[in-house]
Ligand binder design. Structure first.
Ligand code: CS2
Length: 487
């Protein structure tokens, strides 16, 4: 079968939407660090819409910070890929033309710095996952003990980390008399813009105080809230979409109809007319971010660990159980009480819509995918909510059950006694903490003592500790689904 490419675009079925602009005329105004499926289904779709509106400044140079996988998928396809939107039985395919080149940072770091330092580059977006910022999850400080950070603090000739690339490029821009860019973090981190800014400034300061002052004054790091469920693409997805297209598309991504992007209205220079593209610009992102992290992502993580332990593969299968829906609603009741919803967000309808999104069986969103990197996700999704409730004197049974399920997950054994690999940058640390523990109480205390995950005040909260111990022992004795029924 031929590949999707410029040459085969004309052969696609009529109902497949294609780029309606001249790709040869597009300028590369965006560099994106971390070009995984999420970026291709979210920000790239928005920049593609900007191009379709006739504003040709917003082509994307994609960067993979680790492997060449995405480059190998997209290069033979001239950067083209299909965005497959699925809702139950309905499927809509649009070919995205916004991505021009994909650079693989470890193969050619200098090319990445060159593209970030290019005069046409106005916006840098990032989806490097929580761990990619190299920050301590509990405190948000740059992890100077990390080997890649240490290397970037020694020399920026061949940067390795996202903050390192940004600092190297900003130094070049300043030296060339170019304005800085707007750096937009699109990861599910609390105060993502501030965290990115802090990481960049900490690194810049080590090299050149004057550069750090310039970045502080001139560069913009708006906060953002991004939302779209984008499960990892599987081989059967590629086979079925290629079958529909009549050409093979190894770069396809699948997603749901929902898309939300809220950006703090603070830019360093040129930008597309975001508002006309459906992006919400606001002075205050935190209320949006808290609602999304605590409701959507909090429930996701709870469902991921409980489902993963119970051997339930997909999110839609989890919410098909009445007890599990009850757990999600309880978790949302607890989280909702900590929120100050932004004007325009009706939490009741938001929750109803979220449950419908979780039910979308066409997405096949794996619980194990969401279970990855829990140490980086727990603080903003579950722990901050529990801490806020404790301060008001409230307990959090459903949220504590979700945290206990994460604790049980760290054992690497599911409810059927099957071993699995805990995919997490702190897996070594959690395994070491659990090694000599002989009962659930010891396991809870050993994990609570990991300061990179649990803030000291929460670790010292005896109500929380007791709740965790009782949930963890139930999970260990009865398994996840029977424990949920006890809530
Ligand atoms: C998920 C998110 O994998 C995960 O941790 O919770 O990727 C989630 O699907 C997105 O944040 C939805 O916007």
């Amino acid at each position: 079968m031929q590949r999707l490419s410029t040459a085969t675009l004309d052969s696609l079925p009529n109902d497949v939407v294609r780029p309606a602009y001249d790709r040869a005329e597009v300028r590369q105004g965006v560099v994106h660090l971390g070009i995984g499926a999420f970026h291709r289904a979210h920000q790239a779709a928005i920049f593609d819409a900007a191009l379709s509106s006739g504003d040709l400044r917003w082509g994307i140079t994609g960067v993979s910070l680790r492997s060449g996988g995405v480059r190998d998928q997209l290069a033979p396809q001239d950067g083209l890929y299909s965005l497959v939107v699925r809702d139950g039985e309905a499927q809509h395919i649009r070919v995205i033309g916004a991505v021009d080149t994909v650079l693989v940072a470890p193969e050619n770091p200098v090319a990445v710095v060159d593209s970030l330092a290019a005069a046409d580059t106005h916006i840098v977006t990032l989806t490097v996952t929580e761990k990619g910022y190299k920050l301590d999850p509990a405190t948000g400080r740059l992890r100077e003990d990390d080997a890649d950070v240490a290397a970037d603090l020694e020399s920026l000739d061949a940067p390795r980390t996202a903050p390192g690339f940004l600092v190297a490029a900003l130094a070049r821009r300043k030296a060339a008399g170019l304005p800085p860019f707007t750096a937009i973090s699109c990861d599910n981190l609390p105060h993502n813009g501030q965290r990115l800014r802090m990481a960049v400034l900490t690194m810049a300061q080590v090299y050149d105080a004057e550069l750090a002052r310039w970045i502080e004054a001139e560069c913009a790091f708006p906060q953002t809230m991004v939302d779209r469920i984008v499960p990892a693409t599987t081989s059967p997805d590629v086979a079925s979409v290629s079958d529909t297209l009549g050409v093979e598309d190894c770069g396809m991504v699948k997603t749901e109809p929902f898309l939300q992007w809220v950006i703090e209205d603070h830019f360093a220079g040129e930008r597309p007319d975001f508002a006309s593209l459906g992006v919400q610009l606001t002075d205050s992102v935190p209320p949006w971010e808290d609602a999304k992290l605590r409701l959507l992502n909090g429930a996701h993580s709870g469902l991921a660990y409980l489902g993963g332990l119970a051997g339930v593969d997909y999110i839609h299968q989890m919410v098909a159980h009445p007890e599990v829906r009850g757990f999600v609603e309880r978790l949302w009741d607890e989280a909702q009480a900590t929120l100050s919803p932004p004007p325009g967000l009706d939490i009741r309808s938001y929750r109803n819509e979220l449950m419908r999104r979780f039910e979308n069986s066409a997405l096949q969103h794996r619980t194990r995918q969401i279970a990855m990197d829990g140490s980086q996700k727990l603080p903003q999704r579950l722990l901050a909510t529990i801490a806020a409730r404790s301060e008001e004197g409230f307990t959090s049974p459903a949220l504590s059950l979700a945290v206990a399920a994460w604790m049980r997950w760290q054992s690497g054994i599911d409810d059927a006694d099957e071993p699995f690999v805990v995919d997490d940058p702190l897996a070594g640390q959690t395994a070491a903490a659990l090694k000599d523990c002989s009962d659930s109480a010891e396991r809870v205390r050993a994990l609570l003592a990991i300061g990179a995950i649990f803030p000291a005040s929460l670790a010292a909260d005896t109500h929380f500790e007791r709740a965790l111990i009782s949930w963890l022992s139930l999970l260990e004795q009865k398994g996840a689904l029977a424990t949920i029924a006890e809530l």
